[in-house]
Write a protein that binds this ligand. Structure first.
Ligand code: SF4
Ligand code: SF4
Length: 105
């Protein structure tokens, strides 16, 4: 008995899909959500940039390979940067956002 063969289309015959832009909060100041604010101690910092790697909001700013500051317009105060800063260094402390704002007035 002859075996039926079905010609299956290859991937080259698939129609091209659309590319949709990913969502971004860049245009919104999501830092307003923050309850705690990261504060950096430059005297302790070794510029390992682990905080920059781990920040989920790309809110650790780096310039010329060195820690530059925090983008407080977008930092949500999750505290990951402080948690991953090496224990022997602890160059980032999380402080109460309301207290930080009072101090800035
Ligand atoms: S507190 Fe969270 S969002 Fe803010 S800089 Fe640190 S890791 Fe990024
Ligand atoms: S993780 Fe700590 S020591 Fe490393 S760059 Fe960030 S603040 Fe500095």
């Amino acid at each position: 008995m002859a075996k039926d063969t079905i010609e299956k289309p290859g991937w080259r015959t698939l129609p091209l899909g659309d590319v949709l832009p990913a969502g971004t909060a860049h245009e919104f100041k999501t830092g307003d959500w923050r309850s705690f604010r990261p504060v950096h101690d430059a005297a302790k910092c070794t510029n390992c940039l682990i905080c920059w790697i781990y920040c989920p909001d790309s809110s650790v700013l780096v310039e010329a390979g060195s820690f530059k500051g925090f983008d407080l317009d977008h930092c949500k105060g999750c505290g990951i940067c402080a948690a991953v800063c090496p224990p022997k260094v602890t160059a980032i402390a999380m402080i109460d956002e309301r207290e930080a704002r009072k101090g800035a007035q």
